[in-house]
Design a protein around this ligand. Structure first.
Ligand code: ADP
Ligand code: ZN
Ligand code: ZN
Length: 730
């Protein structure tokens, strides 16, 4: 019999698998972790395929060092999904597969994919002291430790006695102790007081009926519900229906929305159900435990951010993608994928429904809902009967000027909220004190040496910082060009606005919420508590504040400095800004008090603001879609961008030039000329790109497949390159 050869996925950025001799494996071992020799190191890999032939001479192949775990960690279904992603996004299969595993399983040192257990003494065990052999010191020490009646993890007990495992198993047989998986212990996030679920209103009910009538087959839904319409309640009910039928539910949310509050809501509603939570802020061990609970089918609900889309779920029966328009579903490094799109594919493979929810769907999804590919479900009204959508007023900032940036009508509106003890939120999408430092004498402006970008003034920290590469320096004392010592912070950022508000309203409690003020772990959570308890009067913040939060006492939203999006070079800027403003507007008037939104703008007649005023998502989405159709932009065309980064722009452009020249001739493909990126320099790297597009997705995919094969053969010594399919920006 010829020797069996295993093709192994390794975490190496090359478009191939690696062959090893593997006499003991069978096809049932596909998806299993192995340890293999590689150069002078050992690496963790995953078995992708078994075959009897290799392109290499078999006697030169090495053997696997070890086969890990008791069973495969990645089931066929997930491998298929990863395979597809690797092909569609043109990223090598090895790193794609390895990235789907929790970090702990990618390291050679750490743990097997076995759920860790913890142990606790039973009543019978307490009476058993006399039965321990008197010389068994290790056993006695173990017993003494357990006597405190708490749960103890195996790892902890192993420190007392290395051979504890067999003793523990003996005691378990004797019922002296009990065991449970570590992940199933209730952890830090306690459920908020369990409330009876509200009965659904008729719109919610109608949406739910549609979803549950299609369980057990592939069906994409777009749940378009105005802010505060109670989409979450629809998710909760749909999840309940799936749990009742014995299925697992996967819920994907943007990173920032995965708050203890949301987790608490699910825990309170599903008290008997194990819920796994997966996000990038967890430590390795927690991640592993939750991942195992999900993949072993113990956790019936999985709540996670984009990376959770690849979690194995043996009984998966429903996928929900909340805030589906959110850009945090785009992964922008390594495998560059869109978790929302992968979710749809996964549902298709799995033959289960997938629900995309948003008050401001992406134009891609909206287009799909109107072309019939997705079924549209609408919630037109706010769920709480008394809560109305806020009135939106535009303030012409050309006529209502004020030196500190706060127009009189907005200042009055804030004053009124302070008198009524209600909260205001002022939205400005720029953190820092001022967007840059300028010299009025010679027009010098502080710029980052490593990026083509201005440095932002951070007055608190007395620094100029680059928001693109993290560079920081002390605030310049004089102009390096002309020596002028009177440098001026130019423009408005969150810190300056905070200062302005504090000066205008000295008695008010002003709370700034941006990436800087929430940097410490848990600080955003505690700020949310502060807001909820009514211990802040005015919130100043960036888009962090725009998303998904429910602050019942907030009745005023002010918007400052949103105009930049109107003249951006990015064709998606208007879509993004509209969504952001609609979301942030939606923060006001969510409970019994009516809400109001004031927008300071120089373009009071702009269709974006007019549509916003009418709460007309559908109308504006149509306008944008018409524009996109006429201009030949997505979703009417499919795009991919080949990006190159090098120390010298010429090198990046030269590589793209070669790429351009070697491109296969395929009909329906438009290949543009290489150009420097919109931000040509970032962190000392010069960036250039080459755009390819086609009205035909399949044609584009065919082209990209043959093209990337050629690209790997090009000389690319002094640069990095990657393909970005369905890019978020160009
Ligand atoms: P969305 O996510 O659509 O913006 P939420 O799910 O946050 O809206 O719901 C807004 C508010 O309405 C929440 O306070 C929620 O508890 C409440 N709510 C949702 N559905 C109902 C219902 N059927 N009856 C009463 N209140 C509801
Ligand atoms: Zn100067
Ligand atoms: Zn920089």
């Amino acid at each position: 019999m010829p020797p069996l050869i295993a093709q192994i996925a390794l975490d190496l950025p090359v478009p191939k698998l690696f062959d090893y001799v593997a006499p003991t494996l069978t096809p049932a071992d596909t998806g299993r972790r192995v340890r293999v020799p590689f150069g002078r190191k050992e690496l963790i890999g995953v078995v992708i395929r078994l075959q009897t032939e290799s392109l290499h001479p078999v006697h030169q192949l090495k053997s696997l060092s070890a086969v890990l775990d008791e069973a495969p960690v990645l089931p066929e279904e997930i491998l298929r999904l990863l395979h597809f992603c690797s092909e569609y996004y043109h990223y090598p299969l090895g790193p794609t597969v390895l990235a789907a595993l929790p970090l702990a399983l990618r390291k050679t040192r750490i743990a097997t994919a076995r759920t860790p257990y913890c142990w606790r003494i039973t009543a019978a065990g307490r009476l058993a002291a006399a039965r321990l052999p008197s010389r068994a010191y290790a056993q006695r020490a173990l017993y003494a430790c357990l006597l405190d009646g708490n749960w103890h993890e195996t790892a902890e007990l192993a420190e007392i006695s290395t051979g504890c495992r067999s003793t523990l198993n003996d005691w378990l047989t004797l019922s002296w102790i009990e065991q449970q998986p570590v992940a199933d212990k209730t952890d830090e996030v306690l459920p908020t007081a369990a409330a009876a679920p509200p009965s659904l209103n008729s719109e919610q009910e109608a949406a739910l009926v549609q979803i549950v009538s299609e369980l057990a087959r592939f069906r994409p839904f777009l749940l378009h519900g105005v802010t505060g319409s109670g989409k979450t309640e629809v998710y909760l009910h749909a999840a309940q229906a799936v749990l009742d039928q014995g299925g697992q539910v996967l819920i994907l949310v943007p990173e920032i929305n995965l708050t203890p509050q949301l987790i608490g809501l699910f825990r309170a509603r599903f008290t008997d159900t194990l819920i796994a939570v997966l996000h990038s802020g967890m430590n390795e061990r927690e991640r592993l435990q939750h991942w195992l609970a999900a993949s072993e089918g113990r956790a019936r609900i999985v709540l996670g951010t984009r990376l959770a889309v690849f979690t194995p779920l043996p009984e998966l029966a429903l996928i929900i993608v909340d805030e589906e328009h959110d850009s945090s579903f785009y992964q922008q490094e390594n495998l560059r994928y869109v978790a929302r799109d992968v979710a749809i594919l996964r549902a298709q493979h799995r033959a289960c429904p997938v629900v995309l929810g948003s008050a401001t769907p992406s134009l891609e999804s909206w287009h799909n809902a109107h072309s019939g590919r997705y079924k549209l479900l609408s919630l037109r009204n706010r769920a709480i009967a008394a809560a109305q959508l806020p009135a939106i007023r535009l303030i012409d900032s050309r006529t209502r000027k004020s030196p500190d940036g706060l127009s009189p009508p907005l200042a009055d509106a804030i004053q009124m909220r302070l008198q009524k003890n209600q909260q205001s939120l002022i939205f400005i999408n720029r953190r820092g004190y001022a967007p840059t430092l300028v010299c009025r004498a010679c027009a010098w402006a502080a710029a980052c040496e490593r990026c083509s970008a201005h440095l932002v003034v951070h007055l608190r920290a007395r620094q100029l910082r680059c928001h693109h590469c993290g560079y920081a320096q002390a605030i310049a004392q004089s102009c390096p060009d002309c020596g002028n010592i009177d440098l001026t912070p130019s423009g408005l950022g969150t810190q300056r606005l905070e200062q302005v508000l504090q000066e205008r309203f000295p008695a008010a409690r002003v709370l700034r919420i941006d990436r800087d003020s929430t940097q410490a772990k848990g600080s955003w959570e505690s700020m949310q508590q502060t807001i909820r308890r009514g211990e802040a009067d005015i919130l100043v913040g960036t888009q962090l504040l725009a998303k998904g939060h429910d602050f019942p006492n907030l009745t005023l939203v002010g918007v400052i400095g949103a105009d930049n999006a109107l003249y951006s070079t990015d064709f998606r800027a208007a879509e993004r800004m509209f969504a952001q403003l609609m979301q942030v507007s939606g923060r006001s008037g969510r409970a019994q008090y009516p809400g109001e939104v004031l927008i300071q703008t120089e373009f009071v007649d702009h269709p974006l603001y007019r549509a916003l005023q009418r709460h007309d998502y559908a109308g504006y989405a149509q306008t944008l879609l018409d524009e996109r159709r006429n201009a030949g932009f997505p979703p009417f065309i499919y795009q991919a961008v080949l990006r190159a980064e090098a120390l010298q722009l010429a090198d990046a452009l030269a590589f793209l030039g070669l790429a351009h020249n070697c491109a296969p001739q395929i009909p329906e493909i438009t290949l543009f000329d290489p150009t420097p990126a919109i931000m040509p320099r970032k962190a000392n790297l010069e960036r250039a790109l080459l755009l390819v597009q086609s009205p035909n997705r399949r044609a584009l995919q065919g082209f990209l497949s043959s093209w990337t094969t050629l690209l790997y053969r090009l000389r690319a010594a002094k640069l990095r390159w990657h393909m970005d399919v369905d890019p978020l920006e160009i």
